[in-house]
Design a protein around this ligand. Structure first.
Ligand code: CUA
Length: 329
């Protein structure tokens, strides 16, 4: 009897463990890794997953067995006999979880200390989060952009602040995630080791436009990065040609429809309709101070308030001229 009980529990545990292991380990829950720091985080996840799989197997085996074996029969409404003061059991259920949680804590601390090891030649990029946009400042070039470009293989310290509510910085391929609380500054250290285009996602529900709070991340060679930064600096100074249509598509098209730019965003007003006959000054105000006048049927606080920082005065003028031209007749 006792032997058959143990065999049944082991079989149940193995079945539950096998199903959970397939779900946990064979489904690619995260995209391919693209940072040096992410390796330790993936290993830590694997370690915690294996512990969790063992725990869930034991708990599920006992639960399923108990539900099947000790379920109430039609003619039986008595409670089972309570068990009290089983010292061996109490020591076991205290000691085992304590050991497991302590192991995870120590492993986490080791990974955290490794990932926070800031090298003397690291690069600093300042990140600002506002409802509902990201901006990036490159202090050495004194340039602020709405796209994040980083050179591959260099350690970068992102120094981050939120201006209004809590946002959260996450590039899934880099694994590291950091909440940004207004009034505090946070940092995250990343060494991107795969070139390519990625997406920075806000992972804290921060208001109506939360799901649109994304930014393009471009990881490129040092030479490509340097020439991009030089071009961004020149464009900010008004020196280089600024492509207002491309800037509109990139910064505004996700939310706004504009036939001339071929964008079909539905979050904000359809600009083909609402901008007809509107003056250049009013368009400029709608870009830099979006809540000053909000179209009927739309809510204030949705459109990012940082566009006046992301674009220089010349770029704003070019954008306004483009919109005047694109929506008049
Ligand atoms: Cu910012 Cu969600």
């Amino acid at each position: 009897m006792r032997k058959s009980l143990i065999i049944q529990l082991v079989v149940l545990g193995l079945v539950v463990g096998a199903i959970s292991a397939v779900v946990a380990l064979y489904i690619p829950w995260l995209p391919d890794l693209a940072s040096e720091e992410g390796g330790g985080i993936d290993d830590l996840y694997l370690f915690a997953s294996i512990i969790s799989l063992v725990v869930i197997s034991v708990v599920a085996a006992v639960s399923i067995y108990a539900v099947l074996k000790f379920r109430a029969r039609p003619d039986d409404d008595e409670d089972g006999k309570p068990i009290h003061g089983h010292t061996g059991l109490e020591i076991a259920w205290t000691a085992i979880p304590t050991a497991l949680v302590t192991a995870i804590a120590i492993y986490s601390a080791v990974v955290l200390v490794n990932n926070e090891d800031l090298k003397p030649d690291h690069r600093v990029i300042e990140v600002k989060a506002v409802q509902f946009a990201w901006s990036f400042t490159y202090p050495e070039a004194e340039v602020t952009t709405g796209e994040l470009h980083v050179p591959v293989g260099e350690q970068i310290e992102f120094q981050m602040e939120a201006e209004d509510v809590i946002h959260s910085f996450w590039v899934p391929e880099w694994r590291l995630k950091q909440d940004l609380v207004p009034g505090t500054s946070q940092h995250v250290i990343v060494t991107p080791d795969q070139p390519g285009a990625f997406t920075l996602i806000c992972t804290e529900l921060c208001g109506l436009g939360h799901s649109t709070m994304r930014a393009l991340v471009v990881v490129q060679s040092r030479a490509q990065f340097d020439s991009w930064l030089a071009a961004a600096k020149e464009a900010a100074g008004g020196g280089a040609a600024f492509d207002a249509k491309a800037a509109f598509t990139e910064s505004c098209g996700t939310c706004h429809t504009l036939a001339g730019a071929g964008t079909t965003g539905q979050v904000g007003p359809d600009l083909d309709t609402v901008l007809a006959g509107v003056s250049a000054d009013e368009i400029l105000e709608s870009i830099t101070d979006p809540d000053a006048a909000v179209s009927e049927g739309y809510q204030p606080g949705v459109m990012p308030k940082n566009l006046g920082d992301v674009f220089s005065q010349q770029q704003l003028d070019a954008l306004v001229q483009y919109l005047v031209g694109a929506t008049s007749g």
